[in-house]
Design a protein around this ligand. Structure first.
Ligand SMILES: [Zn+2]
Length: 209
């Protein structure tokens, strides 16, 4: 697990942690290591822009993000190459699954809105491991769909800069990030690398103290 510096209450899973979505042992082990509740609020992700509010653990339904003001309630999303985005306000947190489709649909803005709707305001954000422009070769239409945030892969092809696109949707918010590319860094699951069905999770929570 990666615990981003200066951002307590967030953990980014790695492949070595396993995929806790369907493996209770993985989830329990991660929870014990983090000192958090072993039951989490989760969603069935569909590359859309819906954010659900969690007040209790369990599967909330189809969405691509979760917001919550509940203390000691871990909220989690799963990613392989998409960007895990965590937002923090004064008393509300949100997690969002942001691939190019979600970004184009407005999932990042929707997560910010979900925090605002609790009466809070987003103070900071942290982005977890995701596929970088070094590896994410795409068609020009994908770069267009995410606002022109393109790059060049290490082999000279047009690529998408998902991080740049997410940054542009969080104006005025302090953003930190874990600089790792899921495709060329074997510590992570990557659908693009080998078609795996496995995902690393991002889990966030509000501690009592
Ligand atoms: Zn890469």
């Amino acid at each position: 697990m990666i615990l981003p510096r200066g951002f307590p209450g967030v953990a980014f899973g790695e492949a070595s942690d396993g995929d806790p979505r369907y493996d209770e042992t993985v989830r329990r082990t991660m929870s014990e290591g983090l000192g958090i509740a072993a039951v989490w609020a989760t969603i069935d992700q569909v590359h859309g822009a819906d954010i659900l509010v969690a007040t209790d653990p369990g599967r909330l339904g189809e969405a691509d993000g979760i917001a919550s003001s509940a203390v000691d309630l871990p909220i989690a999303i799963a990613t392989a190459d998409c960007v895990p985005v965590v937002l923090r306000g004064d008393f509300t947190i949100a997690v969002a699954h942001a691939g190019w489709r979600g970004i184009a649909s407005g999932v990042v803005e929707a997560a910010v809105r979900a925090v605002s709707e609790t009466g809070d305001v987003v103070r900071s954000a942290v982005l977890g491991p995701h596929i970088g422009p070094c590896c994410y070769a795409v068609a020009p239409s994908v770069v267009d769909a995410i606002g022109g945030h393109g790059g060049t892969t290490t082999t000279g092809r047009l690529s998408a800069d998902l991080s740049g696109a997410v940054h542009s949707r969080l104006p005025g918010i302090e953003i930190s990030g874990v600089e790792s590319c899921t495709m060329h860094d074997n510590r992570f699951f990557s659908y693009r690398r080998n078609g795996t069905g496995k995902r690393q999770v991002t889990v966030a929570w509000i501690s009592q103290d």
